[in-house]
Ligand binder design. Sequence first.
Ligand code: ZN
Length: 143
Amino acid sequence: MAFNTFYNEILTDHNMHPGNKHKIEDPTYELEGVNPSCGDDIVLQLKVSDDDTIEDAAFVGDGCAISQASADMMCDLIKGQKKEEALRLGDIFLRMIKGEASQEEIDELDEAGCLVDISHMPARVKCAVLGWHTLDEIFKKNS
Ligand code: ZN
């Protein structure tokens, strides 16, 4: 597989130092996300204020490098954002993985944009979207 260097570096970095892989004390929402086809299993936790600002986001669990790095990048991206903005970014990510997002949109995803090549690796798509789907479900369940 032809991974570019940028992709590799970011992926490795998020796996070696997953800054958001820990438990949140007293989370507002918590939901498990499972990808049986790979064995990825995470629990996403969010702390959300009364005005729908995501004050903290973190996850625990196990899985392959892509699932863990993607969840870690997502937490970085959505922290401090409003719920609507997080969902909008999540939508861009999911469309990016399907190969449907514009370059301008992908740039908004910051580091998570480096996962754009996953769209060419169907077997890894479920790994990459696991955290993002879980985020989506949390807000759907609690809206
Ligand atoms: Zn996986």
